[in-house]
Design a protein around this ligand. Structure first.
Ligand SMILES: Nc1ncnc2c1ncn2[C@@H]1O[C@H](COP(=O)(O)OP(=O)(O)OP(=O)(O)O)[C@@H](O)[C@H]1O
Ligand SMILES: [Mg+2]
Length: 297
């Protein structure tokens, strides 16, 4: 019954959103936001697969397409945050809003990209994990902390660390959609099945409600056999996989060095184009999705 109401509410929302939507924005209307932001979590317990790179560039592309977007950094490594704000300029971070109860709006920072804000992380966020473990309903505290600001965004893109910590679980609890970046390398699919099973178990226990939007192949070298095999394996898996593949480009590392993101001057064209195509797919996937309306205002 509840599921049914949720689906009906989502259909109503989509119909209204489509009547008013501007440009690429799925959720903007001339009258302002209809529902709270669609929250998308980058997750994979394997490290170095492109989670932060994807979170940063997806968020930038969504903002460039006219969507009010928040990049929420839920990883104490703070790689995503550093692309926009140096750590020594961060007064309040994700931990401040949860542990110190600083109002969430105070921690949010504007970036150089129009329409893109960041809720930054610092190393202190690592301390929050223990606090979430011992606090009652700890894994729901990220969702609660984001609640006051979700109405101000079309999308919130969350980055997480390479682990199954309470922080990662808390980010998944707060999300509607999950994207799993998978690097096209030999070990990349090892453990993927177990990771998806872990997500499914948490969903069965009604700890998380987010759906798997799709797997994203990153750092793909299409000319190598390994690259082709890994992408083939992903496409033949039971899980949805984005058509777009992010190519392996030397320019990706240069972009981190110069703190530049897709679409900005000097960023490798193929890298930028791939993330732009991916962002369009994400918008289309979210449009088709039935999830998200349960958090509507
Ligand atoms: N398309 C690409 N081509 C080449 N290098 C890339 C590409 N995408 C990401 N990289 C590089 O790969 C490394 C790992 O990427 P990233 O930090 O995004 O992974 P991650 O999954 O967030 O890592 P962690 O698990 O440590 O958080 C970085 O040095 C990044 O610059
Ligand atoms: Mg990362």
């Amino acid at each position: 019954m509840w599921q049914c109401c949720r689906a009906a509410a989502w259909q109503r929302h989509i119909a209204t959103a489509e009547r008013y939507h501007l440009g690429c924005s799925v959720l903007r209307t001339r009258k302002g936001p209809l529902v709270t932001a669609q929250i998308i979590c980058m997750a994979n317990f394997k490290g170095g697969v492109g989670k932060s790179t994807t979170a940063v560039n997806l968020a930038a592309c969504l903002a460039n397409a006219g969507n009010r977007t928040l990049l929420a950094d839920c990883d104490p490594q703070a790689n995503a945050s550093e692309m926009f704000i140096p750590e020594d300029e961060i007064e309040f971070d994700f931990r401040s809003i949860i542990a110190d109860r600083v109002p969430t709006e105070k921690a949010v920072r504007q970036t150089r990209i129009k329409g893109l804000d960041v809720l930054p992380a610092t190393f202190d966020l690592a301390l929050l994990d223990k606090e979430l473990v011992v606090s009652p309903n700890g894994v729901q505290r990220i969702e609660r902390a984001l609640r006051p600001i979700t109405g101000g965004y079309d999308f919130i893109v969350m980055d997480t660390g390479p682990n199954l910590s309470h922080l990662t679980l808390g980010a998944l609890v707060a999300s509607h959609h999950i994207i799993i970046p998978v690097s096209a390398t030999v070990w990349s699919t090892t453990g993927l099945r177990k990771f998806v099973r872990w997500i499914d178990e948490n969903r069965e226990q009604e700890i998380i409600d987010a759906e798997l939007l799709g797997l994203l192949a990153t750092m793909v070298m299409s000319r190598t056999r390994i690259g082709r095999d890994v992408v083939g394996e992903m496409r033949n898996s039971p899980w949805p996989t984005f058509e777009t593949m992010i190519p392996k480009r030397i320019g990706a590392e240069d972009a981190v060095f110069t703190r530049a993101v897709a679409g900005e001057p000097g960023v490798d064209d193929k890298f930028s184009e791939a993330y732009l195509a991916f962002a369009k797919e994400v918008i289309a996937f979210v449009r088709r999705s039935k999830r998200g309306s349960h958090r509507a205002n």
